[in-house]
Ligand binder design. Structure first.
Ligand code: ADP
Ligand code: NI
Length: 213
C-alpha cells in the first residue's frame, strides 16, 4: 500500500507542476524526494512519512497556491483520496508547514521534518541551486547583478517576501546561509562541496564582471 501511494504521489506532482518554469517544478520535488530518502535512511527516520512529505512539500506553497496554503488543501485531498491515516496526514502537514523558509526559518519538531527541510535546502545550493536561482530571477524579471545594489541581510519574513533584488544578491541573502541552517549531519556533509562550489562560482562571476578574468 505504501509503495502504491508513493507512486501515485509521483504521478500527482508530475501533473500538478506540468506548467512551472520558475525552478519550482516537478523535478525539484522529485530531487527533494530522492535526497530526503537518502538522508532519512542514514538518519533512520520513518521513510514513508519522509517520502510523502517530500513529494507533497510544494503543492500548497504560498506562491503557487495561495488559496490552499493555510489548510494544505491539495496535500490533504490527495492523502485522503489515498485513504491515508489521519495521524500521518497531520504529521505530513506539519512537515510541509515547517519546511518553507520565508525569511524566518523554524526547526521541524520531528526527525522526518528535519530530513525533508534539509533536502529542500540542499536543492537550493550547489550547481542545481545556481541554475534554479537564475531561472527564478529570469522568471521574476530580476537582473542577474547590479554593482550598485547591495544585499540586505537580517530581513524579516515580510521584508524577505516583498523585496526585489538581484539574483547575485540572493546568494548572500539566502543561499550562502543555508549550510549553517541544516539539521542533520548527513545533509551537512552533502552541503560542504555544494556550498564551496557555489562560492567559487560567485567569486568567478564577480572577477569576470570586474574584468579580472
Ligand atoms: P522552495 O520553496 O523550494 O524552498 P523557494 O520558493 O524559496 O524554494 O525558491 C525556489 C527557488 O528559487 C530556490 O532555488 C531559490 O533559491 C530560488 N529563489 C527564490 N527567491 C529568489 C530570488 N529572489 N532570486 C533568485 N532566486 C530565488
Ligand atoms: Ni521546495
Amino acid at each position: 500500500m505504501e509503495e502504491a501511494v508513493i507512486q501515485k504521489a509521483i504521478q500527482y506532482i508530475k501533473e500538478y507542476f506540468a506548467d512551472d518554469y520558475s525552478g519550482h517544478d516537478y523535478w525539484h520535488s522529485f530531487r527533494v524526494y530522492k535526497l530526503a530518502e537518502e538522508i532519512a535512511k542514514k538518519e533512520q527516520a520513518n521513510l514513508f512519512v519522509v517520502r510523502l512529505a517530500a513529494l507533497l512539500h510544494d503543492v500548497d506553497d504560498r506562491k503557487i497556491s495561495p488559496d490552499t496554503y493555510e489548510e494544505k488543501g491539495n496535500a490533504v485531498s490527495f492523502m485522503k483520496q489515498c485513504g491515508i491515516d489521519d495521524r500521518i496526514i497531520s504529521d505530513v502537514c506539519t512537515i510541509i508547514e515547517e519546511v518553507s523558509f520565508e525569511g524566518n526559518p523554524v526547526t521541524p519538531q520531528s526527525l522526518e521534518g528535519k530530513c525533508v527541510q534539509d533536502a529542500d535546502r540542499l536543492d537550493a545550493i550547489g550547481a542545481i541551486g545556481i541554475a534554479r536561482a537564475f531561472s527564478y530571477g529570469g522568471n521574476h524579471n530580476r537582473v542577474i547583478y547590479d554593482p550598485d545594489s547591495k544585499p540586505s541581510l537580517n530581513m524579516t519574513g515580510d521584508e524577505y517576501r516583498n523585496h526585489i533584488s538581484t539574483t547575485i544578491n540572493h546568494f548572500y541573502e539566502k543561499l550562502f546561509l543555508l549550510k549553517e541552517l541544516l539539521n542533520t549531519s548527513t545533509a551537512k556533509e552533502i552541503a560542504e562541496h555544494r556550498d564551496r562550489f557555489m562560492h567559487e562560482y560567485v567569486d568567478e562571476f564577480l572577477l569576470e564582471w570586474e574584468g579580472k578574468r
